[in-house]
Design a protein. Structure first.
Length: 268
């Protein structure tokens, strides 16, 4: 990983219904890659222009769980990562959930303790060996602080150091967590080794019904405060290689286009 490699702009892929608009965006020069989220429905991979690189991401394997990772899910991820030559595989630092894929774990952050740090680092190393490429770790939005480590950002930083992993900074999750816990909007950034951050995720956020919390929201465009932080990160992170916009397929294509145009301008 070197800073001389180009910074690329991509879009998250969840459903085959996105294929048409993503191909259109590619032809318009608005995206450089697609980031596919696993698991996907077997037989329904992204059907995008073969010239579009595909990065592989898996937000639901509970790698911060003492239960261990779901190897059936990891096998599907590895097959895709090899097929598409994904430069790294994104994984979430989530706890176990009741489903076979640990789906609920996406929103359950592990206890922030040295024991869970070791579990997560061990699982990250095992997965990286199994995938044959780096794992890039991402945090889910956080709603409360539980444990003895200072924060989830400190936890992420420690796990990444111990496992020699890369990091995806999800700016929407990061912003929601900082608002939920009444912290400054750049809280914790200085605790992360900037050389490890290779990718940003960009999305909207929305207030909860009660107004007390903020949630990730892929059906909204990012608010100006998030775009300003993204711009700052693009200018300052030395190893950044990818910026992924996460946008729901039900939302207007015009919002996809206008946000990609705004992100592209920042990257020039
Ligand atoms: Fe994300």
């Amino acid at each position: 990983m070197t800073a001389t490699q180009p910074l690329r702009l991509g879009v998250r892929w969840d459903e085959p219904s996105q294929d048409v608009r993503l191909n259109r965006a590619f032809r318009a020069g608005l995206l450089d890659y697609v980031e596919a989220n696993y698991p996907i429905t077997p037989g329904h991979p992204p059907r995008v222009d073969p010239a579009i690189p595909i990065y592989v991401h898996c937000p639901v394997n509970p790698i911060a769980s003492p239960q261990g990772v779901n190897w059936r899910l990891a096998a599907q991820v590895r097959e895709a990562a090899e097929q598409y030559r994904s430069p790294w595989v994104g994984e979430h630092l989530c706890w176990a959930g009741p489903g076979a894929e640990g789906r609920l774990g996406y929103i359950v952050t592990p206890l922030l303790s040295e024991e869970f740090q070791k579990v997560a680092a061990d699982n990250t190393r095992k997965l990286s060996d199994y995938y044959g490429r780096p794992v890039a770790l991402e945090l889910a939005p956080v709603y409360q602080h539980t444990g003895t480590i200072d924060s989830e950002v400190h936890f992420l930083s420690k796990v990444a150091e111990e496992a020699d992993a890369l990091i995806i900074l999800d700016v929407a999750h990061f912003t929601a967590s900082n608002r939920n816990l009444a912290r400054p909007m750049d809280f914790g950034l200085s605790t992360i080794n900037p050389q490890r951050i290779v990718e940003l995720h960009v999305a909207g956020i929305r207030p909860s019904g009660s107004g007390r919390h903020w949630h990730d929201s892929h059906d909204r465009v990012p608010e100006p405060a998030i775009l300003e932080l993204v711009q700052h990160l693009i200018r300052t992170l030395p190893a950044l290689r990818a910026v992924t916009f996460e946008h729901a397929e039900e939302s207007p294509e015009s919002e996809l286009v206008s946000t990609l145009e705004a992100l592209r301008r920042m990257m020039q």
